[in-house]
Design a protein around this ligand. Structure first.
Ligand SMILES: [Zn+2]
Length: 155
């Protein structure tokens, strides 16, 4: 049941991930939010990569409204596609989180496929070990053709 709920959620969010993936290629953009007076968050989408950069300042500064603008350069550190780091630069702390969009897309696709492939995989695993496909009861020595636990026919 849990897997089915997760799969439904994954299949709903999958198009969102794919949409941002495409958008990052067609129209690279950078967003900025001042999440607190001393914390500024930048989010960028570019060439299949999503990046978050959180700047923590020692003193509060006036909040700036969010803006978005086209992005002509690669802002991630050393142009890397996957970054998870937090470094100090003088009184500032910069936290980076960069990941490629195929990562969440692959994760959501796999999550969505689990309930579909789980049943057949489990059945063939049980069959190969001489267990009932339905309930996993050991069928060795059983000549009746029916599982004595759940009544499922087997060959
Ligand atoms: Zn059975």
């Amino acid at each position: 049941m849990v897997w089915k709920i997760l799969a439904v959620v994954a299949l709903i969010t999958l198009p969102v991930s794919v949409t941002f993936w495409r958008k990052s290629h067609k129209k690279p953009e950078m967003y900025r939010w001042d999440v607190a007076a001393d914390k500024s968050l930048r989010v960028f989408l570019r060439n299949g990569t999503c990046g978050f950069r959180l700047l923590s300042m020692p003193d509060p500064s006036p909040l700036e409204s969010a803006f978005r603008g086209p992005l002509a350069y690669d802002p991630s550190p050393k142009n890397r596609r996957f970054v998870l780091s937090s470094t100090r630069s003088g009184p500032y702390r910069i936290t980076w989180f960069v990941f490629p969009f195929w990562l969440p897309t692959l994760a959501l696709t796999s999550l969505g496929a689990i309930p579909v492939i789980r049943g057949p995989v489990r059945r063939s695993w049980r069959r190969s070990r001489g267990l009932c496909e339905e309930c996993g009861y050991n069928l060795q020595g059983n000549r009746s053709g029916r599982c004595s636990e759940c009544g499922t026919r087997f060959r």
